[in-house]
Design a protein around this ligand. Structure first.
Ligand code: BTN
Length: 328
């Protein structure tokens, strides 16, 4: 009921009387009053005017189930229609996996304000302090074969970059396969994990970490990491960004499920690829080598032109790509 009251108050142009809320939700005045007080405690500025009712004047940047479900609304059919929120948890990817093992629905969204054991790629950790970032994981139950699943990371990277570009007007770019950078520094990390049988996917979890309103980073990463706030000089409402990402991802995922490869996405993905047509270093094979990045192929591998002129594809599981002079 709290989510419905919040939705009604947020969507109203004017005050809504306590009586109206009681009738709409078939509850007592005390119950309505309790919900309004909870909202105030969470940071919503609720104006209460005698004989007129309640009006929300300002919403806080909170990641509660109610705020997220108001933001997502019925703009998606399955992405984020089930939401699980934590103020603190070990890792949203771990939580989503457990939910997956216990039968949670395709599209279940897990969000945390803080992670105590945030996971990054290649066994690294992910700094996850409270209150300023997005830590979210989406549980998926695809029906295609397990070998297609790594392409979902590319689909998510494209969806996140596109949604953030639309919402903020900033020039988010993808560093293949799935880091997102802003002005040459990393702002989003994506970690896809899955549980499979030989010919069958039990579930996939795609975790997304976004530095949204972070004001400073630990010394070890401050040369390569940034936040949307640091690059734009503005703070952003995280629930709105999450909703925009889910809307975008649902569209892209459904297209991918139909096509089962990335031919449809190549042109759009390459258009936001930060290294496209630039010289990069391919790391992972002994000493690594220099090449020019040309864009992705239908399977999401990176096509590169080596110094001897031959074109080859590199697979994200085996190599990583760096700029010639640094991270990008
Ligand atoms: C990377 O190394 O670039 C991937 C980082 C992924 C971090 C996110 S935060 C939400 C989700 N939960 C985790 O433990 N990791 C992912």
């Amino acid at each position: 009921m709290k989510a419905e009251i919040l939705k009604m108050l947020k969507e109203a142009d004017d005050h809504i009387s306590g009586q109206q809320l009681c009738e709409q939700f078939q509850v007592s005045r005390t119950a309505v009053w309790k919900v309004v007080n909870q909202l105030k405690e969470e940071g919503y500025q609720v104006e209460a005017v005698r004989n007129k009712g309640y009006r929300i004047i300002e919403s806080p940047d909170v990641l509660t189930r109610e705020e997220l479900s108001v933001q997502i609304g019925d703009a998606t059919r399955w992405a984020g229609q089930e939401i699980v929120c934590f103020t603190e948890t070990d890792s949203t990817n771990v939580r989503a996996r457990k939910l997956g093992e216990n039968g949670a629905a395709h599209g279940t969204l897990v969000v945390a304000e803080q992670q105590t054991a945030g996971r990054g790629r290649r066994g690294r950790g992910w700094e996850s302090p409270a209150g300023s970032s997005i830590y979210m994981s989406l549980l998926l139950r695809p029906e295609f074969l397990p070998n297609k699943a790594p392409m979902l990371t590319i689909v998510m990277a494209y969806s996140v970059a596109t949604a953030l570009r639309e919402q903020t007007g900033l020039d988010f770019r993808i560093k293949w396969p799935n880091d997102i950078v802003l002005n040459g520094k990393k702002v989003v990390g994506i970690l896809t994990e899955m549980s499979t049988e030989i010919e069958y996917i039990n579930h996939v979890v795609i975790g997304v970490g976004i530095n949204v309103n972070t004001e400073a980073f630990p010394e070890e990463i401050c040369a390569t990491a940034t936040s949307i706030r640091l690059e734009s000089g503005k703070t952003w409402r995280r629930a709105e960004l999450i909703a925009a990402i889910l809307r975008q991802f649902e569209v892209q995922y459904e297209r991918f499920v139909k096509e089962e490869d990335l031919a449809y996405l190549r042109e759009a993905y390459d258009a936001v690829l930060v290294n496209c047509n630039r010289e990069v270093r391919i790391l992972g094979e002994k000493d690594g080598y220099r090449a020019v990045a040309l864009g992705i192929d239908d399977q999401g591998e990176l096509l590169v032109r080596k110094e001897d002129g031959t074109v080859t594809s590199v697979y994200a599981g085996e190599v990583s790509v760096r700029g010639i002079y640094g991270y990008v």
